[in-house]
Design a protein around this ligand. Structure first.
Ligand code: XMP
Length: 317
């Protein structure tokens, strides 16, 4: 029987054996799996670990900086690539959700490959692949995966020529979380709600531009802050804000406004295959809506999504 401590020890030992004197690149997404993977590598081979963080510019407000701080606390020097301009260029004029995912996937691999080439001495690539990912890629995909291609940004193709190290490939999410706690990661990080690989790009309906990302980031940050403050974060499986491709008329002071609409969504679920919309109380929604309209210039209307899955999906794209 394993404990988080024994799991950690075994994983570290296995990485050590596998790498010998080699160096290992870790592709950091900012999520729990890649973070735990990087920390295991560091424990196994110290600064022969080379973490690369491709900042797509499509993460939540301030998230890129938080990734850097998190690793600085462990004394790991992360190579951050500020690739936002490249991703915005790749997404220019693109409205179709699947096309967005494709372009982001391609761009991610291109940027990562370029950065990795700066470390020609590294022969290994560590990835935070979990057991369910292993199963899914070798068996029939579930309904959700067949409706949308779920590009897990961070899943890199074999053609990059690295030897793959996957220390989490026999673990379920819950085991990885406990391993994360064992490694000293804070509970609020380890129990984070899932965030899609393509990031905010699939939460901006229509074209993705830097201005629209900035708008959505602010609204999303207010929503998430209020959820945390109300003590609802763990009760809700996933909460998100979506920027709609329409404008609506509003009134502010004495003048008419014609601005953007944000939709809020929160769900409870066991497995993300089906989900129920979350019943916030009216005062909570009122507070969030007022704050968003008052604090985010360019948004004058907030709506709440009351569609369950099915027929709705969790994301809007
Ligand atoms: P849907 O919208 O299909 O979402 O009900 C189910 C879960 O999958 C996440 N999701 C994605 N994750 N890449 C990801 O890594 C994607 O392209 C993607 N699309 C949806 C979604 O956030 C939810 O947790």
């Amino acid at each position: 029987d394993w404990t988080p401590a024994s799991l950690r020890q075994e994983a570290v030992e296995a990485i050590r054996q596998r790498l010998g004197q080699g160096q290992v690149i870790v592709a950091l997404s900012g999520g729990v799996d890649s973070t735990v993977t990087a920390l295991l590598c560091r424990e196994a081979v110290g600064d022969r670990t080379i973490p690369i963080f491709v900042d797509t510019g499509l993460l939540r407000l301030g998230e890129g900086d938080k990734v850097m701080e998190r690793f600085a606390a462990y004394g790991l020097a992360v190579h951050r690539v500020n690739a936002a301009p490249r991703f915005f260029a790749a997404l220019a004029g693109v409205e179709d959700p699947e096309e967005k995912r494709r372009r982001i996937g391609h761009e991610f691999i291109a940027v990562f490959e370029e950065e990795a080439r700066k470390f020609p001495q590294a022969r290994f690539l560590a990835q935070g692949t979990l057991y369910p990912d292993v199963i899914e890629s070798t068996s029939v995909k579930g309904p959700s995966a067949t409706i949308k291609t779920h590009h897990n940004v961070g899943g890199l193709p074999a053609k990059l020529g690295f030897e793959l190290v996957e220390p989490l490939r026999f673990l379920f999410k819950d085991e990885v979380r406990r391993l994360g706690l064992e490694l000293g990661l804070p509970e609020e990080f380890v129990y984070r709600q899932p965030f899609p690989g393509p990031g905010l790009a699939v939460r901006i309906l229509g074209e993705v531009t830097p201005e629209r990302v900035a708008l959505l980031q602010k609204a999303d940050a207010i929503f998430m802050e209020e959820i945390r403050q109300a003590g609802l974060y763990r009760e809700i499986a996933q909460a998100l804000a979506v920027l709609l491709p329409v404008r609506s008329v509003g009134v502010m002071g004495d003048s008419r406004t014609y601005e953007n609409v944000v939709a809020l969504r929160a769900v409870t679920t066991e497995d993300f295959m089906t989900a129920d919309w979350y019943r916030f109380d009216g005062d909570f929604l009122d507070r969030v809506a007022r704050r968003i309209v008052n604090e985010v210039r360019g948004i004058n209307r907030v709506v709440y999504d009351v569609t369950s899955k099915p027929p709705g999906t969790i994301e809007w794209e």
